[in-house]
Design a protein around this ligand. Sequence first.
Ligand code: ATR
Length: 282
Amino acid sequence: MSFCRACVIGHPVAHSRSPLIHRHWLAEHKIDGDYVREDVPPEKIGSFLASFATSGYVGANVTVPHKEAAFRAADRTEPVAVALKAVNTLWLEQGRLAGTNTDVYGFLAHLDETLPGWDKRTGIAVVLGAGGAARAVVYGLIDRGVGRVLVVNRTRSRAETLAAEFGKRIAPADFADLPQHLKEADLLVNATSLGMTGQPPLDIDLACLKTGAAVYDIVYVPLETPLLASARARGHPVVDGLGMLLHQAVPGFERWFGIRPKVTTVLRSRVAADLGSKEHAR
Ligand code: ATR
């Protein structure tokens, strides 16, 4: 295989851990390639993607704020990207731009790995948030047969839109009614940015949460969010956001470089260390 290069497109993109993840796999598999950051401002994203086929890259990840632009620019998109109206992984097919969304895969793969059989135990899930990340979470939960998904969001209209798009098993709900919903929930997912370093805290009380319910926080800075710490202290199974980040990178690497890489404890430790976390592979 000749030298291959992929990139992550975002704005800003300096914070992205994708180069660390993909370079780890390139070295592990002794592949002659590279993975770099491309900081593309919004006014340039259209022309950047239009000429992607001649850029020398074999493919790309796409992050905030360009996932919707990548969806529009792709000549062919997989059904999951159509449902989410967002693309986070691009590759070339005979010079044409193809795209998918691997956030759903990443969310589910990490959940399956951490809590095998979770789907058989989950009748009701509560999802906090109704933005792009929440769309991927809700899509994944419905896809895996969860019977009822309550979407709780500050801006109720966004939760209503999500429910209208994704079907009868989704229902919008209010923060005020959260204690009551938590009593019945088998799984609680934080898909807001609350609790992330530099963002406001996620101020919810887990006292009402059903015994044994799992808690998944897609925030990974800090790795152990206050939500996860509180859930762990109460004896709930917890799932952190770092695994989702690592797993969502797998399908892109396979497309570009021809080998399906593994999410190992070594990789997890490297990225956790880079995030400045004291925690290492578990
Ligand atoms: P992403 O693509 O990462 O999901 P997003 O689309 O901006 O980003 O969504 C961020 C989510 O966090 C939204 O659900 C947002 O709520 P709104 O739809 O009401 O904006 C939620 N969020 C962000 N800051 C918040 C805050 N201070 N209080 C409550 N919810 C907040």
